[in-house]
Design a protein. Structure first.
Length: 160
């Protein structure tokens, strides 16, 4: 199985505030959908609860929760290790947050697919873990425009 962490991160690694994404970048959402459709996504309970329409279509949705066990359209497990034990060896798995789940999986991941946003938000309460032990293998730069308030880049990393 391949485990990929996918996230949009600010220059200071900020990813969220009040259980919401900091950035609304339409091209980032399209990129996320293109990468994850047809695959498995794993998220924490709070991330699931932040989704406007519940389970993401055309993907196997796995929710990690120690307190609840039923999420419409999702498999639910109490830990990342339990969730991974229920995945097949040929599954492509995308870890999609939040901060606690990223911290639990950064050492298990094979790849990072990050949208690096050229900004430092004024306020944030969720941060992506340090990722200094990773090697950049691809970068696609995007400039701010009428739909995107900030410059950003899609950056892929593999473990050094």
């Amino acid at each position: 199985m391949q485990i990929t962490i996918i996230a949009a991160v600010a220059r200071n690694r900020a990813i969220g505030k009040d259980n919401k994404l900091i950035y609304r970048l339409p091209d980032d959402m399209k990129h996320f959908k293109a990468l994850t459709t047809g695959h498995t996504v794993i998220m924490g309970r709070k991330t699931f609860e932040s989704l406007p329409k519940g389970a993401l279509p055309n993907r196997r949705n796995i929710v990690l929760s120690r307190s609840e066990s039923v999420f419409d359209g999702c498999d639910c497990y109490s830990s990342i290790d339990e969730a991974l034990s229920h995945c097949s060896s040929d599954e492509d798995i995308y870890i999609m947050g939040g901060a606690e789940v990223y911290a639990q999986t950064i050492d298990k991941a094979d790849r990072l697919c990050l949208t690096e946003v050229d900004d430092v938000p004024e306020v944030a309460d969720a941060f992506f873990p340090e990722y200094t032990n990773w090697k950049e293998i691809e970068r696609e730069e995007h400039q701010a425009d009428e739909k995107h308030a900030y410059n950003f880049a899609f950056v892929d990393y593999v473990r050094k």
